[in-house]
Design a protein around this ligand. Structure first.
Ligand code: XUL
Ligand code: CO
Length: 497
């Protein structure tokens, strides 16, 4: 009897877990129709020629090309602030931002978390298809999405676009095949990758790191992966090549030779820099700081640590940094601080414009929409004179509970509009001029002609000379003026609309 009950219980539990694993349907009655039913393609095929026999339907039927309708628009599938070709502060909005869609979150993110299985039911991820067919479909979905959103850049890890095979050779072949499809889809469009990176953190071989792994054979394998990934990036015309040190760090110093790991990581970077030059790729090389997660300590902790790493190993001038806002706050800084640190060191190359949640202590990768934060990010871009061949990618994902394909559009529209609104505010702030004046005014004594400030900045002053100067001049307390921080806040607030 007991055994019988146990069997019944086991069967009931098994049925429950199967139900829990099946993601809900992606459609919502109120929203535009989501995706085509997956599997056969016939139900939503149109007159487009079949491409390599993989797919000939629309993945986002019912979603129009997203247009600029101005701030009074009530249409959530329109831009209210982002007007791609409008010139602000001497540059088209699209050229200030060079927006890029992050492939991994947008097309491969399935909503799973450590406590629950996938929630999305994207048609390109049809479980009936094999991984390569799914990869081709996801690539088609990417290009339809970019076209409808009006974005000219995408960014990806090698393993986002093509699955690993049984051997490195097979993996490379998979990557070549999907890259070929991407190249075909790019043809006749302005669309190019903003940056490409090798995924050196998911596979168990990288559990101790890649360039900083204690195993030389893992280092060599990772180097081979980077070479191949750089070749694909070059083929697709990517402007940048990125390293985010997923597991380049440690979990315990007890078993870690930190000096050796850092030396090896620098060699890894040098090999890539060297190949970048010799292969004719000549991409801008980027490093993306993050303090921790998944490791306890990541070697590229923040921008300042990354700059000091580059200087120690003679790599300054070879890399710029990709500042991610959520990583900035994880490191105990603000995004503004990280952007400014990068700018004054001449290394601001790209931005992952996302945000975290102040109530959650990890990298939640949310779309950045807070007007004040967006203004400060846009201000950093303007102060830097733009991002050169870099740009802004979102590295942001839908919440697990957002399961409609239309949500992918809402999220990106909100992210793009947020920064566009920020840029419009920056233009007002600069035109108003009072914040710049307040800031510059605090340093007037350093630029005063013939003043002691100029003498000190020339590097010629000595301590004895300054002692003499202090003894023969009144106490500087009379010159110490208010910082007027609250007034600065009012100027910022007045520009925000
Ligand atoms: C992880 C992260 C990465 C990089 C690219 O925290 O930000 O997705 O942006 O590898
Ligand atoms: Co990132």
């Amino acid at each position: 009897m007991r055994a019988f009950i146990a069997i019944l219980l086991a069967l009931a539990l098994a049925a429950r877990s199967t139900r829990a694993a099946a993601p809900p349907a992606a459609k919502s009655a109120k929203e535009p129709a989501g995706s085509c039913p997956s599997g056969d393609g016939a139900a939503c095929s149109d007159d487009k020629p079949n491409f390599k026999g993989e797919w000939y339907g629309e993945f986002f039927p019912g979603i129009p090309k997203i247009k600029y309708e101005g701030p009074d628009s009530t249409n959530p599938l329109a831009f209210r602030y982002y007007n791609a070709d409008e010139v602000i502060l001497g540059k088209k909005m699209k050229d200030w931002f060079r927006f890029s869609v992050a492939y991994w979150h947008t097309f491969r993110g399935d909503g799973s978390d450590p406590f629950g299985s996938a929630t999305k039911n994207w048609s390109w991820e049809d479980p009936k298809l094999d991984p390569m067919q799914r990869a081709f479909r996801a690539m088609h979905a990417n290009f339809e999405f970019l076209d409808k959103l009006g974005v000219e850049f995408w960014c990806f890890h090698d393993r986002d676009i093509a699955p690993e095979g049984a051997t490195l050779e097979e993996t490379n072949r998979n990557l070549d095949q999907v890259a070929e499809v991407a190249l075909e889809l790019q043809k006749g469009t302005p669309i190019r990758p903003l940056w490409v990176t090798a995924q050196l953190f998911k596979h168990p071989r990288y559990m101790h790191g890649a360039g900083s792994s204690p195993n030389a054979s893992v280092f060599a394998y990772a180097a081979a992966q980077v070479k191949k990934c750089m070749d694909v990036a070059q083929l697709l015309g990517s402007s940048n090549y990125l390293f985010w040190g997923g597991r380049e760090g440690y979990s315990s110093l007890l078993n870690t030779d930190m000096g050796m790991e850092l030396d090896n990581l620098a060699s890894f970077m040098k090999l890539a820099v060297d190949y970048n030059k010799r292969s004719g790729f000549k991409a801008t090389m980027l490093l993306e700081p993050k303090p921790q997660e998944p490791t306890k300590h990541q070697y590229d902790w923040d921008v300042a640590t990354t700059v000091s790493f580059l200087r120690k190993y003679g790599l300054e001038g070879e890399f710029k940094v990709n500042v991610e806002c959520n990583h900035a706050t994880l490191s105990g800084h603000s995004c503004e601080h990280e952007l400014e640190t990068a700018r004054i060191n001449g290394v601001l190359g790209n931005i992952d414009a996302n945000t975290g949640d102040p109530q959650v202590g990890w990298d939640t990768d949310e779309f950045l929409t807070d007007p004040r934060e967006c203004l400060l990010v846009a201000l950093a871009v303007v102060r830097n004179g733009g991002l050169g061949v870099g740009g802004i990618n979102f590295d942001a994902k839908l919440r697990r509970e957002s399961t409609s394909p239309a949500d992918l559009f809402y999220a990106h529209i909100a992210g793009m509009d947020g920064l566009a609104r920020g840029l419009r505010s920056v233009a007002r702030l600069i035109e108003d001029g009072r914040l710049d004046k307040l800031r510059a005014g605090r340093y007037a004594s350093w630029t005063e002609k013939g003043g002691i400030g100029q003498r000190i900045r020339s590097g010629k002053a000595t301590l004895e000379e300054l002692e003499k100067w202090a003894l023969s001049n009144p106490d500087p307390i009379a010159d110490v003026a208010s910082g007027s921080q609250e007034l600065a806040g009012i100027y910022l607030d007045m520009a925000m609309r």
